[in-house]
Write a protein that binds this ligand. Structure first.
Ligand code: B12
Length: 488
């Protein structure tokens, strides 16, 4: 069958493009099993949906929805697909968490819950036989006016997936400048995380499990991209890259044997690996490591079940700096009931931690998380009643609803101050020219903006300027708040 898979446009946010890994994986799987697949990434391709449908003649269409960012486009696209008479399937994080809100829409026929590969294959098998989809695991659909939800599908064995079929996307368009690389791409080498963090939807989405792709396959993928497209960097978009030392050592051994000039970076948990491990990873090409630290307050770390050794944070970062890594960590401000003292602790940690880059996010309650459920139970958050309500969900870069005990303005000042510091840091990236991070950010923003048509250009120049002024305003115009939290 002909399957059209769509990644909705997410607007200005996606000025640096990330590989649509979910659709690539589903597309590769379906092609391997004999179907024709076309991936349409609407942030990137300007071809109209009508033209794509006229040329490709899909039998069925899938729309991937990760968050409320792509929701508006996903709705528009689905209405159009429906008007062409196509069956429309939604999948990804958002429909998985809100299947009932999605399935009530006339422009969605089926919601695929969780991982899509095997579900798609079974659906296509039924469609091609003209059979109904009763009993297909992991779907929510309408039948005779009723909504039917089938049992969850067990997680797939990632080693059973075929190699990624890179002909499905225009690879060079997804390559970007990043930490000393000119052609860096996002790939994935594992799914999930064993953690139980109270703010992270992984606990429900991956049920706190962690699965690796075979090292052999991941390294072969890197070699293919290096040889055919000159790939020189990989950022593994895994929630936590490796948990077992033996897997890490095996990956590093393979990368060293391959001898490719490819640098890579990963997200890890503090405390999994030791100095010897970090040195081995460096020798194998790893150059940046990202830790989720989230709060500088011991008490808050306990409340959100971060479950890392607080006292190991600073020595680990210092060690990585000494080895030559660019270090990064994320922090969240505005957790429910967070106090000014807890925020001060975060500011103190950020002041003293010799870390390269520190993206800071405003707390946003995600469905399927302990904090979300608690806010709902306490009557402080009303779950969305209609899909359209989700369009109002404010992303993590700006302050939405403030559930903390800290004034809005203080949260904005703290967040934007450290954002500004990251942006203007002289040596955030190791072994690079001074202010490399700021230069890279400006360059990639201008590059993306220059690709746009007149309307896009106008909107995006305006958005970029607004974002810059917003960060500058909150980081510089409130000396009293800066003093209160010891920001320096
Ligand atoms: C890479 C990544 C990104 C990339 C996106 C790349 C891309 N286009 O896919 C970038 C950096 C752009 C990004 C942005 C954001 N992200 Co993000 N991201 C991830 C990350 C780390 C990995 C996702 C991934 O590629 N996994 C590998 C692939 C193979 O798996 P998959 O994406 O889950 O896809 C499978 C299923 O979801 C399903 N599926 C997916 N699409 C479809 C479609 C159909 C039709 C079907 C049937 C099935 C299906 O099948 C796929 C194959 O198994 C996840 C965390 C995680 N590990 O899941 C967070 C995550 C998904 N992101 C998250 C968030 C919050 C965001 C942002 C809102 C952040 C922000 N500050 O704005 C934005 C939203 C952007 C958007 N498009 O809406 C949250 C989502 C939480 C939630 N429940 O809403 C996650 C879970 C991280 C977290 N723990 O908080 N992200």
């Amino acid at each position: 069958m002909n399957v059209l898979l769509i990644e909705p446009a997410v607007g200005f946010y996606d000025r640096t493009m990330s590989t649509p890994l979910g659709l690539l994986s589903i597309g590769s799987y379906l092609k391997y099993h004999g179907h024709n697949v076309r991936i349409l990434d609407r942030s990137l391709e300007k071809t109209t949906l009508k033209t794509v449908c006229d040329e490709f003649r899909p039998d069925v269409a899938g729309v991937s929805v990760m968050s409320s960012r792509g929701l508006s486009d996903a709705i528009g696209v689905s209405k159009l697909l429906k008007s062409f008479g196509l069956t429309v399937v939604w999948g990804g994080q958002l429909p998985t968490f809100y299947p009932e809100l999605v399935i009530e829409k006339e422009y969605v026929d089926i919601v695929s819950v969780g991982e899509g590969e095997e579900t798609w294959l079974e659906l296509l098998d039924r469609f091609s036989k003209g059979a109904d989809i009763d009993g297909v695991l992991g779907v929510v659909y309408k039948k005779d006016g009723a909504v039917i939800r089938t049992a969850c599908r067990p997680f797939s064995d990632l080693s059973s997936f075929p190699p990624t079929d890179w002909s499905l996307i225009d690879v060079p368009k997804y390559m970007q400048t990043y930490i000393g690389c000119k052609k860096m791409m996002y790939l994935y080498s594992s799914k999930g995380c064993p953690g139980r963090c109270a703010f992270c939807s992984n606990v429900t989405y991956h049920k706190s499990t962690h699965r690796d792709r075979p090292n052999e396959q991941v390294v072969a993928e890197i070699r293919y991209l290096y040889e055919n497209y000159g790939l020189d960097g990989v950022y593994f978009s895994d929630e936590v890259w490796r948990l077992r030392r033996s897997d890490m050592q095996d990956f590093c051994r393979r990368m060293k044997e391959e001898g490719m000039p490819v640098r890579w970076g990963v997200d890890l948990r503090v405390g999994i690996f030791n100095e010897e491990d970090y040195r081995l990873m460096y020798e194998a090409g790893c150059r940046w490591i990202f830790f989720g630290i989230e709060s500088g307050s011991r008490e808050m770390q306990r409340l959100i079940h971060k479950n890392i050794d607080y006292d190991a944070i600073k020595p680990t970062v210092e060690l990585l700096n000494r080895i030559g890594y660019t270090t990064m960590s994320s922090f969240i401000v505005g957790f429910p009931d967070e106090t000014e003292q807890q925020l001060r602790d975060t500011a103190a940690m950020l002041n003293s931690l010799p870390i390269g880059l520190t993206p800071i996010f405003h707390f946003t309650p995600l469905p399927g998380t302990e904090l979300y459920e608690k806010l709902v139970a306490d009557g402080r958050l009303i779950p969305p009643r209609r899909l359209e309500d989700l369009l109002e969900v404010i992303p993590t870069e700006t302050l939405g609803v403030n559930y903390s005990a800290v004034p809005d303005r203080d949260l904005k000042v703290v967040r934007n101050w450290f954002h500004w510091k990251s942006f203007t840091k002289k040596n955030a990236i190791q072994d690079s020219k001074p202010f490399e991070f700021a230069r890279q950010t400006i360059k990639s923003t201008l590059k993306e903006i220059s690709k746009m048509g007149f309307h896009g250009l106008f909107v995006n120049v305006f958005s970029a300027a607004f974002e810059f002024l917003y960060v500058f305003w909150y980081s510089h115009m409130f000396p009293g708040v800066k003093k209160k939290y010891g920001l320096r």
